[in-house]
Design a protein around this ligand. Structure first.
Ligand code: SF4
Length: 54
């Protein structure tokens, strides 16, 4: 079972870094950024540590 980092809540189960058994990330830290020049909403931000689960 993957380690759950209880400081990083995440529901993106299609990510290979998701802890699977619970809604947490398994990484020690993540990178968050934006695809917008001037982000104004939560939808403008991205987890840049996402990697698609195979
Ligand atoms: S890397 Fe990002 S998207 Fe993937 S499980 Fe961790 S927090 Fe979620």
């Amino acid at each position: 079972m993957e380690k759950a980092n209880r400081s990083i809540h995440c529901t993106v189960t299609s990510c290979t870094n998701h802890c699977k058994s619970e809604d947490y990330c398994s990484l020690d830290s993540i990178q968050v950024g934006s695809h917008e020049c001037n982000p104004t909403m939560d939808q403008c931000t991205d987890c840049q540590s996402f990697a698609k689960k195979n």
